[in-house]
Design a protein around this ligand. Structure first.
Ligand SMILES: Cc1cc2nc3c(=O)[nH]c(=O)nc-3n(C[C@H](O)[C@H](O)[C@H](O)COP(=O)(O)OP(=O)(O)OC[C@H]3O[C@@H](n4cnc5c(N)ncnc54)[C@H](O)[C@@H]3O)c2cc1C
Length: 375
């Protein structure tokens, strides 16, 4: 009998899980992969769009390219999840599963930060990156403020990358000396599990005259005075605000009864929710790893092993929360941090930024394109 798997969300987690199960189980698999969009894009491609290096079309990868044994992709909006019955309702149909995997990622709540919608910008959504592509060329001089508004947030290196890439962008336009760049972060150092990575980033900030403001969040923007109000009540003036908005689970997840304290709790070794044969992987859960694609992928591998073991026998290795993230340092250089989160206190290893790692990062993208989309 085929194993009936329903995977909600075709992002890093859902794509990796579907690919592995298709390769390993093929004709024994009846997997439905559901996403509201027609295409996938890597989180880091938002920088390419925002700084005008690539068009939105160039970074989109169409889901219609998914042709895999045992996998059917459906472009539908998930409107209800019943984790007890393992039944999913969409805007077009209803699906019942033997195994249900929730990989719906994190949405943004822009309105949570007063003033952000009216007087700021965010580069975490695709729409936000596309808007910035129009806004950035109109910026001539003044204070750029990159600010995190809430925790947790996706890809903890991304605010640092945004500050460094903004520096390069302003240098290229010949207006860097007319501008100031500041970065407001909720941590004491940019990448808490890796002091070496943090040291390298802080050195890069200081070499480029970027002010790093640690242990703070931006609570609101006073748009009439163009001032950001931080969580200690202090104020920072800005002319261009590049924000990281508050993250939250998609509404359909919040309505499903699966969340506690805003996210889906899971067993840290198995990614199982409290409901039988219902898993949650990636940004949507609160497993204790950062919200990043590489961790969603790792979680997908762990869940795939369990589904395969359930169907065929055998054992699945426990999830360890390991991932390596590439970090854009600007000046055509990329660094790398490898982190392990669940074996004890989080630890990280830094590989110095280089042009070689630019190629590694490109390979990271192209191997996923090939594995997930056959391109
Ligand atoms: C600027 C930026 C840079 C980043 N850089 C990196 C990086 O270098 N490395 C890295 O590992 N990570 C990076 N990330 C983070 C990474 O993009 C996310 O952590 C990752 O995509 C999470 O994977 P996921 O599968 O949990 O969710 P997602 O990839 O977000 O996928 C969730 C899917 O669910 C779908 N969905 C949501 N609600 C519904 C619904 N109701 N019905 C149907 N479908 C729905 C969405 O359309 C989406 O396709 C970056 C993020 C940003 C914003």
């Amino acid at each position: 009998m085929k194993t009936k798997v329903v995977v909600l969300g075709a992002g890093f987690g859902g794509l990796e899980l579907s690919s592995i199960l298709s390769t390993e189980m093929g004709d024994d698999l009846d997997l439905t992969l559901i996403d509201k969009n027609d295409s996938f894009f890597f989180g880091f491609s938002k920088f390419d769009v925002m700084f005008g290096r690539k068009t939105a079309e160039a970074v989109r990868i169409q889901y219609r390219n998914i042709v895999k044994p045992g996998v059917t992709f459906k472009q539908e909006m998930v409107t209800a999840i019943d984790p007890v019955a393992k039944r999913v309702t969409t805007d077009r149909s209803t699906y019942e599963a033997d195994v249900l995997v929730i990989a719906l990622g994190a949405d943004y709540d822009i309105s949570h930060t007063p003033g952000l919608a009216e007087g700021g910008n965010e580069f975490y959504s695709f729409a936000g990156a596309e808007k910035l592509r129009e806004v950035l060329p109109t910026f001539q001089k003044g204070r750029v403020l990159v600010g995190v508004t809430s925790t947790p947030f996706k890809c903890p290196p991304a605010p640092s990358e945004a500050a460094l890439l903004t520096h390069d962008y302003l240098v290229e336009r010949g207006i860097r000396s007319d501008c100031e760049i500041s970065l407001v972060m909720p941590f004491g150092i940019p990448i808490p599990p890796s002091p070496d990575t943090s040291k390298a980033l802080i050195k890069a900030f200081s070499e480029r005259g970027i002010a790093f403001v640690p242990n703070r969040l931006v609570r609101s923007l006073d748009t009439s005075r163009r001032v950001a109000v931080l969580d200690d009540g202090s104020e920072m003036p800005y002319d261009l605000f590049l924000g990281i908005p508050k993250h939250r689970v998609p509404q359909v997840v919040a309505d499903s009864g699966l969340t506690e304290d805003g996210w889906i709790p899971v067993d840290t070794k198995t990614l199982k929710t409290k409901f039988e044969n219902v898993f949650a992987i990636g940004d949507v859960n609160s497993v204790g790893t950062p919200k990043a694609g590489v961790f969603a992928e790792g979680a997908a591998r762990t869940v795939a092993e369990q589904i395969i073991a359930q169907a065929r026998g055998g054992n699945a290795a426990p999830y360890r929360g390991i991932g390596s993230c590439y970090i854009e340092f600007g000046s055509q250089r990329v660094g790398k941090v490898e982190v392990e989160f669940l074996a004890g206190p989080p630890t990280g290893t830094y590989t110095e930024a280089s042009t070689e790692l630019v190629k590694d990062k490109m390979l990271f993208g192209s191997t996923r394109r090939a594995k997930w989309f056959g391109l």
